[in-house]
Design a protein around this ligand. Structure first.
Ligand code: DCP
Ligand code: MG
Length: 378
């Protein structure tokens, strides 16, 4: 496998990123015609602690977005229609969409229920244009599912994903190699893959706000400030991303990690953060049709020392609750109470590995759990 941080792996591919528009809300509007044209919010109870999973574009005009509390969403738009999620319907639509994508190449990497990368380099070798494939995919999705998707076409994953977002909803955008640098230049650094809120804050303190600013920073400075991640920032600022499209069969693990703007010191907060991450990992496993026998957590301390602790079960798991059940034990192993210097963490992560394919994903969705409690999905 090519080293993703090596400039030598920066060959040009033809990548399409497909992302459904307002996915859960669009399925609701499709299935309930009286909801079309209305601000529709899919999520938990606005009278309780529910959060917004997503909302229609009509609702977005009121400033409503995913992960906001449902109560706040209602105060922003009292006339909005609140509906509870129907995960089975979304999974069915997702299955249809992924099926359409697999008609064009076996190299499909689903990122969640509504989003996937396709590597069409081989499919375009005989002169068929990638943009034509993207057009056809969008038309077929609309015809066969009654839902709209946006697509981005470019020479790597980084740019294809940014391109699909560029013309949302119901849009198509192409970033050819000769336009990559100019397309990236004005974007805020937070749009880049791997640049989270903690990094945005640190870059901002260095006077780096846009990708162009980042491009003007030296490789030495970025590496000194961010270690290995600094090299990644140096490359993505130049539109270099050699991550391959990975099908579920090639995947070794599914994980999620985050560096915090402020170190976490309270073990209770660490545990609740890990639980939220378990929800993300579970959702991703479901989208990929995978389960795994090993759950591990990663903790990075203020001095950058990093530990991982793993637990392996006889049974492959994918549900949020099953992942969560491993967390207290793993956290206790990662952060022994006797080591005061390891009392706070700057990064936490959860990974499931030892993957196997699950034939049919049972109906209870891990993602449902995200909807019942306030989540911070920064
Ligand atoms: N989702 C969720 N909780 C979140 C974010 C998303 O449950 N915090 C679910 C609901 C979304 C689906 O995942 O419909 C896809 O997420 P997207 O980020 O792609 O958002 P949408 O498809 O809803 O909107 P769009 O892609 O048009 O911005
Ligand atoms: Mg979407």
């Amino acid at each position: 496998m090519p080293d993703p941080h090596s400039e030598h792996g920066a060959e040009l591919r033809k990548i399409i990123h497909v992302d459904m528009d307002a996915f859960f809300a669009a399925v609701e509007q499709r299935d309930h015609p009286e909801l079309r044209g209305q601000p529709v919010i899919v999520g938990g109870d606005p009278a309780g602690r529910g959060v917004v999973a997503t909302c229609s574009y009509e609702a977005r005009r009121f400033g409503i977005h995913s992960a906001m509390t449902a109560a706040r969403a209602r105060s922003l738009c009292p006339q909005a229609v609140f509906v509870r999620p129907r995960m089975d319907a979304y999974r069915e639509a997702s299955r249809q969409v992924m099926g359409i994508l697999r008609c064009y190449t076996p190299l499909v990497e689903p990122l969640s229920l509504d989003e996937a990368f396709l590597d069409v380099t081989a499919a375009t070798a005989d002169g068929v244009l990638a943009v034509r494939i993207a057009r056809e995919i969008r038309a077929r999705i609309e015809r066969e599912t009654g839902l709209t998707a946006s697509a981005g076409v470019s020479y790597n994953k980084l740019l294809a994903k940014l391109a699909s977002e560029w013309r949302k909803p119901n849009g198509l955008f192409v970033v050819p190699p000769e336009h990559g640098l100019a397309f990236l230049a004005p974007l805020p650094v937070g749009k880049l893959h791997g640049v989270g809120p903690a990094t945005v804050k640190k870059l901002s303190a260095m006077g780096i706000h846009t990708v162009l600013d980042l491009r003007n920073a030296s490789r030495e400075v970025l590496i000194a400030q961010f270690g290995k991640a600094g090299l990644w920032f140096y490359e993505v600022a130049r539109g270099i991303d050699s991550r391959p499209v990975q099908t579920s069969r090639q995947r070794k693990s599914v994980g999620y990690e985050r560096t915090f703007p402020q170190n976490l010191e309270d073990p209770k907060v660490m545990l609740s953060t890990l639980r939220q991450m378990a929800g993300q990992v579970s959702a991703r496993l479901q989208a990929l049709g995978l389960a795994g026998r090993t759950v591990s957590i990663k903790a990075r301390f203020p001095d950058f020392e990093t530990v991982t602790r793993a637990h392996t079960d006889a049974q492959a798991i994918w549900r949020t609750e099953a992942i969560i059940a491993c967390l207290p034990g793993l956290l206790a192993k990662a952060i022994p109470a006797s080591l005061p210097m390891h009392a706070s963490v700057r990064l936490l992560g959860v990974t499931v590995s030892g993957l196997v394919n699950v034939e049919a994903v049972p109906p209870e969705a891990g993602q449902m759990n995200l909807l019942e409690e306030p989540v911070d999905l920064r």
